[in-house]
Design a binder for this molecule. Structure first.
Ligand SMILES: Nc1ncnc2c1ncn2[C@@H]1O[C@H](COP(=O)(O)OP(=O)(O)OP(=O)(O)O)[C@@H](O)[C@H]1O
Length: 520
């Protein structure tokens, strides 16, 4: 992406130089020709108009290019960000509010900062070029102007640094606020029913909202203070230049007037440059926030590779250990599943069943040990193909409404088998198929999640506590009818279950305890 935009950045820089040259040219022209006019001269007027048109056109072209590059960058940032999220091995819950904050805030902040970057560049170039012009007008006065600008710079740096610290605080409070929004929507019922909890939530939310209000206000105050300071100092500079000339005779009156007029002229771009710094700082903070998320970089090649469903006869977990941070949850786990087998995994809450489940479907990678597929180590190059041969229903499943496999017959078959035909039907609209409704009970929605998995017609089905939310009658039907039906069709099933009444349905039952797995 960097290389792609380098050429355009160079064009922007060159055009900004041109724009600044027109700007200085206009200033010099006014000072040299218009201020010394003694009678009407249409040539001067025409030349002045030509300079104005050049100035207008160069500004327009810079703005046009900056806007088009900016929007392309924002588009790419957004797309790449989403790709990186989708490419991540696993996104744990605690990262979700931060990702949402980045998606909604950081990308627009970066866009805003980039737009203002051209203002800063224009101001800086103009300022730089104007020093040469000052030096040409009067060496003594230009020395004063440089010292004066340096003084302004030091003080403005101090103010801007204060603004930066407050913007950082404000962005931190965004992460906390997004966590609050997640709690508010996810835990709406718990908050609504429990006054103590809702008070506690509000207390925390007020604290975070207040932190953002204060830090944002402070940052904006420091930002505008620096603008005001520049304004005053520029006017002060003009006064001092006049004083130096008139009272101390440093330069003649005409040169002093020219320098003062030039300083007046520079005031607007200089202030624009300083006003752009807060947005650029916020953009930098946003870029750092995105980096902090530590998402793996998006690899276009591997992403566009089409995964093939892998055919296998045996999957083995060999001496698999896994730790969250430094805390081991699984230790030397050995387990085997053959094609067409039904395997149950049981264990207490927190014993590591879901972790093992995530390892087996390739969303987590083991800390040590190997997964072998037909005696071949399942490495990064095979993982996509492997995942493409697995259908999964997670315990905290998310039901996607759209149906990608549009086989009406298969849909009807599994809809009837899962006893959902009276609740849901298939709606086809504009080449898209979806469930007629998702306003269902938890158990019913989970059946639709299983339906989605079964429509994929894969050889390996992984279920994390599927039956836990089903009524006893359907649970019995699931274990005694659906699982044997899948087995008959050659589908291997890896299911986490607490239903010891149905263990005889399984070919193998493994128990997990203290991170160790043993066969029952
Ligand atoms: N993202 C995580 N970061 C740190 N620790 C985690 C994380 N997820 C789970 N754990 C810890 O790992 C252990 C195993 O969790 P896991 O979800 O695998 O258990 P489980 O057997 O599926 O439990 P349950 O039957 O309650 O679903 C638990 O002690 C849990 O606290």
């Amino acid at each position: 992406m960097k290389r792609k935009y380098t050429r355009k950045f160079i064009i922007i820089f060159a055009l900004t130089l041109l724009y600044s040259a027109f700007n200085i040219g206009l200033l010099a022209f006014i000072n040299s020709y218009i201020l010394s006019l003694e009678n009407a001269d249409y040539k001067i007027l025409l030349f002045f108009i030509a300079l104005l048109v050049g100035f207008f056109l160069s500004t327009y072209v810079v703005r046009y290019i900056v806007a088009s590059i900016n929007n392309s960058i924002v588009y790419e940032l957004r797309v790449r960000f989403v790709m990186r999220v989708i490419n991540s091995k696993m996104i744990f819950d605690e990262k979700k509010p931060k990702i949402l904050a980045s998606l909604s805030k950081d990308i627009s902040s970066i866009s805003n900062g980039f737009m203002r970057l051209s203002d800063a560049l224009q101001g800086a170039i103009l300022l730089f070029l104007s020093f040469f012009y000052f030096a040409y007008l009067s060496k003594e006065l230009s020395l004063f102007v440089i010292v004066w600008f340096c003084l302004i710079g030091v003080f403005v740096y101090f103010l801007i640094d204060k603004a930066r610290k407050n913007y950082t605080l404000s962005r931190q409070s965004d992460d906390m606020l997004y966590k609050d929004y997640e709690d508010l929507l996810g835990g709406f019922k718990e908050l609504r029913i429990n006054q103590k909890r809702s008070n506690h939530f509000l207390e925390q939310f007020f604290q975070n909202a207040n932190l953002q209000k204060t830090s944002n206000t402070n940052a904006e105050i420091y930002g505008s203070l620096s603008g005001n300071f520049i304004n005053v100092m520029m006017l002060g500079g003009i006064g001092i230049v006049m004083y130096l000339c008139l009272a101390m005779g440093v330069s003649d009156f005409k040169t002093a007037t020219t320098v003062c007029l030039s300083m007046m002229f520079l005031r607007a771009p200089f202030m624009m440059m300083i006003a752009s710094i807060p947005s650029i700082l916020v953009a930098k903070i946003s870029l750092d926030k995105i980096k902090e998320l530590n998402l793996i970089s998006f690899d276009e090649k591997s992403f566009s590779q089409v995964a093939n469903a892998m055919k296998w006869q045996k999957i083995e977990l060999k001496n698999i250990s896994f730790a969250y941070d430094d805390k081991f949850v699984l230790k030397d786990v050995n387990l085997e599943i053959k094609k067409g087998e039904i395997l149950f995994l049981v264990g207490e809450n927190g014993s590591g069943k879901s972790t093992l489940f995530l390892l087996l479907c390739g969303l987590l990678r083991p800390s040590s040990g190997e997964i072998l597929v037909d005696d071949k180590v399942l490495d990064e190059s095979m993982i996509k193909d492997f995942q493409n041969s697995v259908s999964v229903v997670f315990s905290d499943f998310y039901l996607m409404g759209e149906i990608l496999e549009k086989d009406d017959e298969v849909f009807e078959f599994w809809l009837n088998t899962l006893k959902m035909q009276d609740k849901v039907s298939l709606i086809c609209q504009n080449d898209k198929a979806k469930f007629s409704s998702l306003n269902l009970s938890l158990g019913q929605r989970k059946r639709l999640a299983l339906l989605q998995a079964l429509l994929e017609k894969k050889d390996f089905l992984m279920l994390d506590e599927f039956a836990a939310d089903q009524d006893p009658e359907f649970r019995n039907y699931f274990y005694n009818q659906i699982l044997p039906l899948l087995k008959k069709r050659g589908v291997s099933v890896f299911a986490i279950s607490h239903d010891d009444r149905y263990f005889e349905v399984a070919d193998k039952v493994y128990k997990i305890q203290n991170g160790k797995v043993s066969k029952i």
